[in-house]
Design a protein around this ligand. Structure first.
Ligand code: SAM
Ligand code: SF4
Length: 343
């Protein structure tokens, strides 16, 4: 048996975030604050057949956790067809989806039947008015319906992701925690990151893990850290006195680059080794050229062996932090956007 493939820091290629579209029906202020975007050309999007040829190569090299994301992944037509294909791959131990939830009530049953294991819904507020100003959408009720429906069709282990922004939704931490409990979901509070298209980001808007925990504790009492948290997992997990488990993703104040086993494939087949990486590996050209699967494996292997990314740690060393990518660079290369890289 071959030794496991690792990068220059000994990190395996275990998790893949597979973006199936760069389009989105929401305009969250921390992700897509602009009025216009440049989209990936449709003819560049990988077909399900191309993804179906590529993923087994990832799996052969140690990838066992796949998260389907976007943009908004439920905008990709026939998504259950892809889910069924990926779920059937031997070696895929965890197949999850991250969605903004707007179309989840309609899609949940089909995704479940197709073999999707888990769902994470992004939910930043319980207030329709706040949702309107945060996401420029009227569909808040549909997101809540989606969360309920996901539970009804049998998705257990539902997760909620909340980006916490000072002065925007940090006052809702206790209420969101209570709502998560009612839905039997595990909520993860995410520190606002200066990634990609987060052009409105300021250091002052970041609510740190320490502050998030203080807000939780002022509402429910002392929390204890769980020891079972995997080192490569982005969220540190905690338990409240009543036994409710929740997570905090502290990418800004406690980056986890040392254990990061995650890579990202954009919908047009560009493979990034870090959320902050300026460039990626063009797998689409390799896929569309008349090469063999062994040649694809060679492209993946040699690129991963050279991986030395520790983007979040390097950003933390900067003195005056500002959004990590300039507007003109986002215009020139939409793959620098968080909504293209899949978050
Ligand atoms: N549209 C789907 C959704 O919102 O769940 C999937 C794609 S979205 C880019 C994936 C995740 O990235 C979301 O949970 C979102 O909250 C997170 N995200 C986007 N911009 C962020 C930022 N500036 N800081 C922290 N998280 C961010
Ligand atoms: Fe919001 Fe997700 Fe769309 Fe970004 S991709 S605007 S986080 S719903």
């Amino acid at each position: 048996m071959n030794p496991p493939l690792v990068d220059t820091f000994g990190r395996p290629m275990k998790s893949l975030r597979l973006s199936v579209t760069d389009r989105c029906n929401l305009r969250c202020s921390y992700c897509m604050p602009e009025s216009e975007y440049r989209w990936l050309p449709r003819s560049d999007l990988l077909t399900f057949e191309e993804i179906g040829r590529l993923l087994p190569r990832f799996v052969d090299l140690g990838t066992s956790r796949i998260r389907i994301t976007g943009g908004e992944p439920l905008l990709r037509s026939d998504l259950p067809v892809l889910v069924q294909r990926v779920a059937a791959l031997a070696g895929v131990e965890d197949l999850a989806l991250t969605t903004n939830g707007v179309f989840l009530a309609r899609e949940a049953r089909g995704l479940r039947d197709a073999g999707l294991h888990r769902i994470t819904v992004s939910l930043d507020t319980l207030s329709p008015a706040r949702f309107r100003s945060l996401s420029r959408s009227e569909e808040h009720a549909k997101v809540l319906d989606g969360i309920v429906e996901a539970g009804k069709v049998g998705f257990s282990g539902l997760k909620l992701d909340t980006v916490v922004i000072r002065g925007v939704n940090d006052d809702e931490i206790p209420a969101l925690l209570r709502a998560a409990r009612e839905w039997s979901a595990e909520i993860r509070f995410i520190e606002y990151m200066d990634v990609g298209g987060a052009l409105l980001w300021t250091p002052e808007a970041v609510v740190s893990q320490a502050e998030i925990l203080a807000k939780v504790e002022s509402s429910v009492g002392p929390v204890e850290p769980l020891r079972d948290t995997e080192l490569s997992a982005p969220a540190r997990r905690f338990r409240t006195p009543s036994g409710q488990v929740f997570g905090v993703v502290a990418s800004m104040t406690q980056p986890f680059c040392t254990h990061c086993d995650r890579s990202r494939l954009t919908a047009d087949g560009t493979w990034y080794h870090c959320l902050y990486a300026p460039t990626g590996v063009d797998l689409r050209t390799a896929l569309r050229a008349p090469g063999t699967d062994a040649e694809l494996v060679e492209v993946l292997t040699s690129a991963w062996k050279k991986r030395a990314d520790r983007g979040a740690e390097l950003r933390m060393e900067l003195r005056n932090r500002a959004p990590s990518v300039a507007r003109e660079d986002l215009r020139a290369d939409p793959r620098l956007e968080m909504h293209t890289r899949g978050g």
